[in-house]
Design a protein around this ligand. Structure first.
Ligand code: CA
Ligand code: CA
Length: 128
């Protein structure tokens, strides 16, 4: 619990789309990070370094990142030199989905864009 929302870090892994579907089934949505307190809370959520999908994508328009609740991307915590859309080594495809690298003690510059079909855990958020 943090503020007026509940958060769930999935135990399973899957694509960004699978994460979105699972959160939706739970009456929640992939997490939307809109304050530094929230960013800090989530970054330190686990002791073990964990990659987890967040509700941020540029699938609709390359380079235009949008939260799944349509909120504008005001606060950004991209890792240095990210998002890179795959950095041009992309015979695999474009990187259109964002994840956070949860690491205890590091609360900023920990987002990266990744191929949406990669298998990661995800964070659901339910506003109460
Ligand atoms: Ca992209
Ligand atoms: Ca990237």
């Amino acid at each position: 619990m943090f503020g007026c929302a509940c958060y769930l870090l999935s135990t399973e892994s899957g694509s960004w789309e699978e994460g979105r579907g699972d959160c939706s089934k739970k009456g929640a949505h992939l997490v939307v990070i809109d304050s530094f307190e929230e960013q800090k809370f989530l970054s330190n959520f686990t002791k073990n370094a964990t990659y987890a999908w967040i509700g941020l994508t540029d699938e609709a328009e390359e380079g235009t990142w949008k939260w799944i609740n349509e909120a504008p991307l005001s606060l950004k915590y991209w890792q240095e030199s990210q998002p890179d859309n795959g950095g041009g080594h992309g015979n695999l495809g474009e990187e259109d989905c964002a994840h956070i690298k949860m690491t205890e003690g590091k609360s900023s510059q920990n987002w990266n864009d990744l191929l949406c079909s990669n298998s990661l855990r995800w964070i659901c958020e339910k506003i109460l």
